[in-house]
Design a protein around this ligand. Structure first.
Ligand code: NDP
Length: 409
């Protein structure tokens, strides 16, 4: 029986707590986050196995060490924000406890992201005999495992072309809201698009490349090329990849709001000084905007429709395959109190935690999910509410101009 320490008390943490509580491998879950009331709310909803909650500033490495020690944790499931990755990793190193996250490190004052900061800890984790499992949500996470699974079972170890498609065909009924942490979401989507082809990274202006796709569960959707972190690790771990791209759906409504917010300077991370009744107060516009918007985990009641996330992948024989998962928002609300985006993040995190504590995934160092055997993870997805499908598309991989039809025949 194992003990999990979940850090964070937002949407993904709520779902992970529910999923961990259902697993027979765990008999004790502790939740620690910035706002105690939110931990208490999750404890009340999940019940039984959540034995304790506490207030924690996860930027404070020593406080995280104390929390891990008090919890006597066998694994740390980090579902707070990417800003805390390094302090929590250092605490895991110091205590010798496996670490897991779902998003790569970001420095609060820099608009960029990369695994390189976390990979710098590889030797230290390897020497300490501790595994740090990086990027174990859906994307990154399941999408990376899909590549490892296809490499193992379809492509003789050599995937060549990969397109990751993440489409939210749902409607939360609000003019503008983000489905996961607003700060992290807007930092990501306002960056230039990136993709990898023939040994080099190619940059495009944000939202410059668009393609329509027809996807199971959601129908026809406009998909935009985006920079996404799993491309960085997949290219490193599968040198056979010749091209990898990432596509995400955005509604016209979302894009219009985003453009206005950007034009007003509200997505900026540069502090501005505001004069409040003669008092100079420094605020970061993006943080101010986040405070005005609904919390992602609160989107739930009335959230209709489905998400479809998956990979179109091709090996050396040139025939395309599609591996994907469709999830209904309301089914997730019924199961966990929040919608499909936190669900598809928190469930894979719980599966990763289980594979770490059972030793099925154990390889000291900083490791991305695709470095492990995909089979037990793929099995657990089905058991834990994320059933996936695999289809041979019967045609070559799609190129830039084609409207991609991925609907079942
Ligand atoms: P939320 O904003 O809903 O939750 C974040 C939580 O972290 C909040 O409870 C927040 O506290 C807490 N927190 C923030 N700062 C600190 C701190 N210094 N110390 C302790 N706790 C802190 O985010 P989500 O649940 O939507 O996302 C969680 C993570 O999952 C993010 O890193 C996100 O990028 C990642 N993600 C990954 C996906 C994937 O598929 N791989 C998809 C979606 C998200 P408070 O309640 O006080 O604000």
């Amino acid at each position: 029986m194992a003990r999990a320490l979940v850090i964070g008390a937002g949407g993904a943490a709520r779902v992970a707590a529910h999923a961990l509580a259902k697993m027979e491998e765990f008999d004790d879950i502790r939740i620690a986050s910035r706002t105690l009331e939110k931990c208490l709310k999750i404890q009340a909803d999940v019940g039984g196995k959540v034995s304790a909650v506490s207030q924690l500033d996860a930027n404070d490495k020593d406080a995280v060490v104390r929390e891990i020690t008090a919890a006597d944790a066998d694994v740390v499931v980090h579902l707070a924000l990417p800003y805390q990755n390094l302090s929590i990793m250092e605490a895991c190193l110091e205590t010798g406890v496996p670490y897991l996250d779902t998003a790569n490190y970001e420095a609060p004052d820099l608009l960029t992201f990369s695994y390189s900061w976390q990979w710098d800890y590889h030797d230290a984790f390897e020497k300490a005999g501790v595994t740090a499992l990086l990027g174990c949500g859906f994307d990154p996470g399941v999408t990376s495992v899909f590549v490892a699974w296809a490499a193992k079972h379809l492509f003789g170890g050599k995937p060549k072309l990969v397109d990751i498609v993440d489409c939210n065909g749902g409607d939360h009924g609000l003019p503008f809201a983000t489905n996961f942490n607003l700060e992290i979401n807007l930092r990501e989507v306002t960056l230039p698009g990136w993709y990898y082809e023939d040994g080099r990274w190619i940059k495009t202006p944000p939202f410059a490349r668009k393609s329509f796709m027809r996807l199971p569960g959601v129908g026809r959707a406009p998909m935009y090329l985006l920079n996404h972190e799993e491309m960085e690790s997949l290219v490193k771990n599968f040198p056979s990849i010749e091209r990898i791209r990432f596509w995400m759906s955005f509604s016209d409504e979302y894009l219009t709001h985003l453009r206005v917010l950007q034009n007003c300077g509200l997505t900026s991370i540069e502090p501005v000084t505001v004069n409040l009744d003669g008092r100079a107060v420094e605020i970061v516009p993006l943080q101010f905007l986040a405070a005005l918007m609904p919390e992602p985990a609160s989107l739930g009641d009335g959230y209709t429709g489905k998400v479809c996330i998956g990979n179109v992948m091709t090996g050396e024989d040139g025939q395309a395959h599609f591996v994907y998962c469709v999830k209904d928002h309301q089914a997730c609300v019924t199961a966990t109190g929040t919608h499909a985006v936190p669900f598809t993040t928190g469930v894979p995190a719980a599966i990763g935690a289980k594979l770490l504590v059972t030793g099925q995934w154990s390889l000291p160092g900083t490791r991305n999910v695709e470095e492990f055997d995909p089979d037990p993870f793929m099995e657990d997805l089905k058991v834990c509410g994320l059933p996936w499908e695999h289809r041979e598309l019967g045609k070559p991989h799609f190129d830039w101009e084609e409207e991609l039809d991925l609907l079942p025949r």
